[in-house]
Design a protein around this ligand. Sequence first.
Ligand SMILES: [Mg+2]
Length: 367
Amino acid sequence: MKITGIRFERTTLELDPPFCPNWDPVPRKKFNATLTIIETDGGVVGYGAGDDMGGFDGYEKYFIGKDLFDIQEHVRCLETITFHAGRYWPIEAAIWDAIGKAQKTSVAQLFGGATTSIPAYASTGAVMNPIERAASARLIRDAGFKAMKIRVPQSDLALGIQTLGAIRDAVGNDLELMVDLNQAWRMPGDTRRPLDLVDAMRFVDAAADHGVYWVEEPLPMEDIDGLKRLRGRGVRIAGGEMMRTEHEILNLIENDALDVIQADVVLAAGLEKSRVIAALAHSRNHMFTPHTWSNGYGLVANLHVTAGIGGAPFIEFPYDPPTWDVDRRDFLMEKPLTVGKDGLLHVPAGPGFGVEPNWKFFKSSVA
Ligand SMILES: [Mg+2]
């Protein structure tokens, strides 16, 4: 079966009220998303999303006419392009969706089929005051989640510790708690200096007192020595979501810099290479559970790969009502992914990713 076409459909969801994530100094009034479409001569069409795919024009020729199933060649080709350009892993995601459809099986099965569901953690994005966030934690617990992640602004670490205390007062130990400090990378134009080791160490020690499950991106990923010194203090250290290559991620694993490896399969090193990353993380007794913040298609790709590989204690489920709900997150898809009262996120049964685009948001549609 040959790849006959690569197309992109770009769309925008207006956000009113805006979403104000901790990692972006600019409130978000729009949510842009790009659907990557792989067409074949075998009648199957694959879809993926993540990167906006800007600058990809001209690279289609390296895929069109090639066999859909030559995944190693496609991955190697994307790696050569990544050196020069963007994070074009949605191409690989869409190819896997098409392969799954051609073989009438789910991508999770193609990645090993280790499990069909993973406990979800409600991954919040905004910064709230401790009273508001404690109320949100109650709602998240009552919705069925067994874990949640909060954001702490680097300018007010004390607020984060107060918030952890308020959440524990509100829900006790009903929820595992994670904290994301967002110190590993910056949005364009955000020139703030990151936290240093002393501040990060004080925060991690305080988080340990609240039984936090992991602290995420407390330092830049380049500070391997600093990250190593944060480990072993009673809280797992997580990171690696936006690394650009397999080798950067393997460097973190080989240096035992992190307890939890979070390379996003559609933004970091791709889906196939996540098998390598996860296997090496597991061989060193570290966890692999990827970042999933992009859109519904990004979440579902990470879910399939993670469930197929197995071993993840939780999967990230971006969810922060009222400004980040499943309808906003998954607007590219016909139906949003939801978490039930059991706190589990179930892998759509397939074929492929088991989800279809919501064509009403696009100007044109696939025949
Ligand atoms: Mg993060």
